[in-house]
Ligand binder design. Sequence first.
Ligand code: SF4
Length: 237
Amino acid sequence: MKTSERSLKKDRERFSQIHAILTEKYPEALCALHYEGDPWRLLVMGRLSAQCTDARVNTVSEELFRAFPTAKDMAEGDLAGIEKIVMPCGLFRTKAKNIKDASRMLVDEYGGVIPNDIDELLKFPGVGRKIANLLVGDIYGGDAVVCDTHCIRVCGKLGFYPETEKDPTKIEKILRRVIPAGEGSDFCHRIVLFGREVCTARSPLCAECPLASLCAHKAKEEKREERARRAKEAPHG
Ligand code: SF4
């Protein structure tokens, strides 16, 4: 077996241990966006969530979907009215235009049905790989790896790629080789919960982390501390 095959095999084994622990901790792999089972709402909320918290998107969306309850309503809606509601999500002009245009496209070209295909979904204004994966995974239960900020940070720390790697397209490709078919969507939802609660961006709670024994970042930190301790204890000159 070549070294690259051996390391992929090891990563797959480590992944399955990690996912088992996360599944026990978060049995329900629920999407943080409250889209109430409506695929169009998930598309809209996914777009609004760029550089914005899911909590804020959930709050803003309540008013948005009260004013525009269907894709047709939004497609025909007044752009300034949409902008005003989505303003708290940031980048509001682009986001408002994207969700209006995407709603128009959904109604006119897809008969209101969200396609179950990543390449088709990428044709919608404002839809990138993150949203396309989210839709395919959550709506259709398909193979999906949602590379959002939590997934990128945590999976880097766990050692599936260098922590300095931040390119979501590259990361999706790497993770797709490691994650078994059909597990990606649930894993990514769990990683979001874990990234918010334990492996936070500011101060990860490594001392109480259930993944500590499987974490490359933690292993590196421990080695570094051990080296520093030895250097301190070594007799001087
Ligand atoms: S040990 Fe620390 S860095 Fe590693 S996954 Fe857990 S919280 Fe994150």
